[in-house]
Design a protein around this ligand. Structure first.
Ligand code: KIV
Ligand code: ZN
Length: 540
């Protein structure tokens, strides 16, 4: 247990540790880009995935699961791209126990492979339509095939926690005999308690050779994913599969932030993670998740309330010793609280109009963000423009701007660009006039359209629709608006989902501006550009 000025947890942890079968080191396997991306409503762009992988690598993650390459060309591209980034961590790809899946991981040039097959009778009967013996034969054959290509083969028995324990051990042992070097034991549907999960891990640990690492992968259906992962570690698991912010299928996976800090605080087991990168990484991922997924105010460790204190008794005691009501200091997670105990936006940075190019470059590079000269100038100009209006930029505003510019299409790939927007609103019928530049035969043509609407956003959307309807017929599936930070001068970020009526292709887009009508129009144009680009690529 770590007991320093910056952390103090229960003494009982010290007492209990000696009774546990703790590993010498805990490794972290991140699956934000694979299981995390299976979160309903979350879909990262390739550029965002690259930034997430870079941030995780800088946090000293051990393994990144970049995707499931056989599933789609997008996943394949992402796997190949991340495997080629030259990261320090291992980049692993997921595959079913099928030759075509394994070949796809090999083709994407990934460092290692994670293969899986279900072992519960429920899955065998209803999904795989296989007998137990057929599953064992498949493991021998396909783990062996994976081993022909890779030194590191991680095997997962899907739905392990609802499998017969003897059969689970047999399946895992079969994988080890065929060449698996790591065994992951997933609680696929989050259907177990910590004690029972610990029992499963202990029995597997006792059956396996010592050099085979056991990994845990827990889903949060009952809110126990982190607790179950810790129970696994207490019984000899040396690897935890996590996702940033606990993203993942249904209720998600064990959160990276909570798992790392628990290992650090409760057990003090050595690990490679730089805990100071936890908060910046969490905020980076949050900024890519769209409006449907925000860090809850009450979230442990990284929520806005995690280090806020209301009661006078608490704040008074904390002035004497901050550990009285705070188990750890926020700076351990990379949250810079400064001097004020009640400061909510501990991570605010004072980027004003005088911010220099050097400071901006250093900040972007520190965050692992790669950018073109054009993207850099656009970010700089937007920061300056906000500073010129006398506003300060908070970290969230900054991330929203970066996301807009990095995730945006390069100018030459844009089919439609906003030239001017004039809106009349108040006690008159809302009216909008939009001037767009539309690419026709390689040149931009200026077209103006006007419309009334129920409000200024609606009027602007209708005006754009009028201009664009010959070129693209689309449906606005969803529209959400968010104030990036509080206050009337906050940036407004608009998220939309658009569908091309002809091809049924759906894209998500967003835009951020101090003026919400502008954010709405820019988000719509971003979405339209993405749809038109996708249609053109498909017709090639
Ligand atoms: O939850 C699960 O079982 C999985 C496996 C593919 C490891 O995600
Ligand atoms: Zn999973």
């Amino acid at each position: 247990m770590v007991e320093k000025d910056d952390i103090k947890v229960s003494q009982m942890m010290e007492t209990i540790r000696s009774n546990l079968n703790l590993p010498e080191k805990v490794y972290f396997f991140d699956t934000t880009l694979r299981d995390g991306e299976q979160t309903p409503g979350i879909s990262f762009t390739l550029a965002e995935k690259k930034l997430i992988a870079k941030a995780l690598d800088e946090a000293k993650i051990d393994i990144i699961e970049a995707g499931f390459p056989v599933i789609s060309s997008g996943d394949y591209e992402c796997c190949k791209m991340i495997a080629g980034m030259g990261l320090d961590c291992e980049v692993i790809g997921l595959a079913r126990l099928l030759k075509k899946d394994i070949d796809s991981v090999v083709d994407a040039s990934m460092d290692s492979i994670h293969v899986f097959i279900a072992t519960s009778d429920l899955h065998l009967k209803n999904k795989l339509k296989m007998t137990r013996n057929e599953v064992l034969d498949r493991i021998t054959e396909m783990v062996g095939y994976a081993k022909d290509h890779y030194k590191i083969v991680e095997f997962s028995a899907e739905d392990a926690t609802r499998s017969d324990l003897d059969f689970l051990i047999k399946a895992n042992m079969t994988a080890i005999e065929a060449g698996a070097t790591r065994i992951n034991i997933p609680d696929t549907v989050g259907t177990i308690s910590p004690t029972a999960y610990g029992h499963i891990i202990k029995n597997n640990r006792e059956a396996f050779p010592k050099d085979v690492r056991i990994s845990v992968h827990c889903h949060n259906d009952f809110g126990l994913a982190v607790a179950n992962s810790l129970a696994g570690v207490e019984n000899g698991a040396a690897q935890i599969q996590t996702t940033v912010l606990g993203t993942g299928e249904r209720a998600g996976n064990a959160s990276f932030e909570e798992s790392v800090m628990s290992i650090y605080a409760f057990y003090g087991i050595p690990m490679n993670i730089n805990t100071k990168k936890l908060y910046p990484t969490a905020k980076l991922v949050e900024s890519f998740c769209g409006s449907k997924f925000r860090i809850p105010t009450q979230a442990p460790l990284i929520g806005r309330n995690a280090f806020r204190h209301e009661s006078g008794i608490h704040t008074h005691a904390m002035i004497q010793n901050a550990r009285t009501y705070e188990p750890i200091t926020p700076s351990l997670l990379g949250i810079n609280r400064g001097d004020e105990i009640n400061q909510i936006l501990a991570d605010s940075i004072q980027f004003g109009k005088h911010s220099g190019r050097h400071a901006l470059k250093a900040k972007l590079e520190n965050m692992g963000i790669t950018f073109t000269d054009d993207q850099f100038s656009r970010i700089m100009n937007r920061i300056k423009a906000i500073g010129d209006k006398g506003h300060q930029i908070m970290e969230e505003d900054f991330m929203a701007i970066v996301r807009d510019e990095i995730g945006d299409l390069p100018k030459e790939e844009k089919y439609v660009i906003l030239d001017e927007l004039t809106v009349l609103t108040g006690s008159v019928t809302p009216t909008s006039t939009v001037k767009l530049k539309i690419k026709k035969n390689g040149d931009y043509e200026t077209i103006i359209g006007s419309s009334i609407g129920v409000g200024p956003v609606d009027a602007s959307m209708q005006a754009i629709l009028k201009i664009i309807k010959q070129d693209l017929e689309f449906e606005l599936l969803s529209y959400n608006i968010d104030a990036v930070t509080g206050g009337t001068d906050a940036l407004g970020r608009v998220f939309i989902e658009l569908m091309d009526k002809k091809t049924q292709k759906i894209v998500t887009a967003s835009a951020t501006n101090e003026d919400v009508v502008m954010s709405s129009v820019l988000a719509l144009l971003n979405g339209m550009n993405k749809l038109i680009k996708a249609t053109k690529e498909n017709s090639k």
